[in-house]
Structure formats: structure tokens, C-alpha cells
Design a protein around this ligand. Structure first.
Ligand code: ATP
Ligand code: MG
Length: 245
């Protein structure tokens, strides 16, 4: 089956103070439709950089990115803005919600910008907030919500345009364990509903909800661990211990 997201020899180097940092060094990956893939690796190994390349927030120095079979790495910002509205949903560690808009408006805005009729945008927002258990917070501003609740709003916002792929960069990174469990449950639910997910995480428990885990070191994918069966967390912890050694 055709991949929903694919890269070929993707690379990114940054120039800073005359020295070059090769953050991503030739990554080949493929995400099948409906697949949930987690990316793990130590701080600074290039995970966020890779995610930004996949979502067009940054441009590669070399290599190719395909979204739904279409080559997109050479597209300009205007074309990427359209893709990010319709094809890729983003979820960040620090939510990036708009502080002076209500929860309802934060979720509806990307749909309206994408040209969805107001009535349809409202209906989608109501459905999503209900599914995520925060329908009663629609009229509240984000600052009045807990971290877990804010992350749920961020998830609703990322899903409102029914993106082909959900890209998430440590969406539970600064949450307490209860909120982490909530967000994990919602990611599992989205995946069960057919959502393709590519997620960066330091948390093995989050990663073990994926179909497979990619391991990154120094800008490269050095291996992967399939996550099928109910001993997958233990298997993943074993692999991670092996990589540390
Ligand atoms: N805008 C930038 N300019 C220069 N160097 C950068 C830039 N962004 C990232 N880097 C460098 O690229 C490398 C990879 O960074 P990246 O943020 O992708 O790591 P990461 O795996 O997401 O780390 P973490 O787990 O801490 O979030 C690091 O050495 C970092 O310092
Ligand atoms: Mg990062």
C-alpha cells in the first residue's frame, strides 16, 4: 500500500557561528495509512528537526518528503500553509494555543481558515470537544485549564481539519502522570479511529501504544522495534536498555 508519509535520504544541517550541525543525516522512513509510529532518541539527536521537516516547518538541505504520494519538500511556504491546514495536524509540547481566544475558537479557527463553513466548523468542534471530554470548557480561555485539558484542546485543534497525518512532538512532555494517561488514551482512540500518527516521545509507555518505535541517534534512524502484543512495553524497555549499554 502507498505510504501516507515517506522520506528518502532526508537531511538537514544548520549553520551556526561558522560551524555546521548535521541534525538529520539521511533518514528513510515510511508511514502506512492508519499506522501509529513513535520516534525515540536522546536529547539533541534530531527528532524535532525531523518532525519539522515532515510538516514543512523547516526545509531540508537534502532528500525528499512525500505526503500522500506527492513530493512536497520543494514546496514554498504558501503551499505548505495549505498542506498544514488540510493534510497535517500538529501537536506540540507546549500546546501553542491562542491565549485570548476561547477553547471553542481555538479549535474552530483552523477549520474556518481552511474554508470550512462556520456551521460545519462548529459541529466538528462540538463533536471533538465532546469526544475529548472537555465540552464544558468550550467558553473558557486556555489559561484556566489544566495541562492535560490544554493538551486535549491542542489535539482537537490538530484534528479539526481531519488531517491525513497527525504529527506530535512530545505532546505529554510537561504533563503529570494522570494527564499523560489521558492524552495517551486519546491518541489510542484517534489511532483506533484510523488516524495516522507520527509521534516524538521520551516516554516508553507512550511509545508502546504505537505500532512500531523508531530509534534515532545522531541524526539517523538506527533501528526499530515492533510493538505488537501485550508485552510490548517490557520488550521496548529491554531494547532501550540495550541501546544505552
Ligand atoms: N535552529 C537551529 N539552529 C542551529 N542548530 C539547531 C537548530 N535547531 C536544532 N539545532 C541543533 O540540531 C540538533 C538536533 O536538535 P533537535 O531539536 O532536533 O533535537 P531533539 O532530538 O528534538 O532533542 P530534544 O529531545 O531535546 O527535544 C541539536 O544539536 C540542536 O542543537
Ligand atoms: Mg525536540
Amino acid at each position: 500500500m502507498q505510504s501516507i508519509l515517506e522520506t528518502r535520504q532526508l537531511a538537514k544541517s544548520y549553520q551556526a557561528n561558522g560551524a555546521a550541525t548535521q541534525a538529520v543525516r539521511g533518514v528513510d522512513l515510511a508511514l502506512a495509512p492508519g499506522e501509529f509510529v513513535a520516534l525515540m532518541g536522546p536529547s539533541g539527536c534530531g527528532k524535532s528537526t525531523l518532525l519539522h521537516l515532515l510538516g514543512g516547518l523547516d526545509r531540508p538541505t537534502a532528500g525528499e518528503v512525500y505526503l500522500g504520494g506527492r513530493r512536497v519538500d520543494g514546496l514554498g511556504e504558501a503551499a505548505w500553509a495549505v498542506l498544514r491546514r488540510r493534510q497535517v495536524g500538529f501537536m506540540f509540547q507546549f500546546f501553542n494555543l491562542i491565549g485570548n481566544l476561547t477553547v471553542a475558537d481555538n479549535v474552530e479557527l483552523p477549520a474556518l481558515i481552511a474554508g470550512t463553513p462556520a456551521r460545519e466548523a462548529r459541529a466538528r468542534r462540538e463533536t471533538l470537544l465532546k469526544q475529548l471530554g472537555i465540552a464544558d470548557k468550550a467558553g473558557t480561555v486556555p489559561a484556566r485549564l489544566s495541562g492535560g485539558q490544554q493538551q486535549r484542546v491542542a489535539l482537537a485543534r490538530a484534528l479539526v481539519n481531519r488531517p491525513a497525518v497527525l504529527l506530535a512532538d512530545e505532546p505529554t512532555g510537561n504533563l503529570d502522570s494522570q494527564s499523560t494517561d489521558e492524552v495517551l488514551g486519546l491518541l489510542r482512540q484517534a489511532h483506533a479511529d484510523g488516524q495516522s500518527i507520527f509521534l516524538v516521545t521520551h516516554n516508553p509507555r507512550i511509545a508502546s501504544a504505537a505500532n512500531r518505535v523508531l530509534h534515532m541517534r545522531d541524526g539517523r534512524i538506527i533501528g526499530e522495534t515492533p510493538m505488537d502484543g501485550h508485552h510490548s512495553l517490557e520488550a521496548l524497555l529491554d531494547v532501550l536498555r540495550g541501546l544505552e549499554a
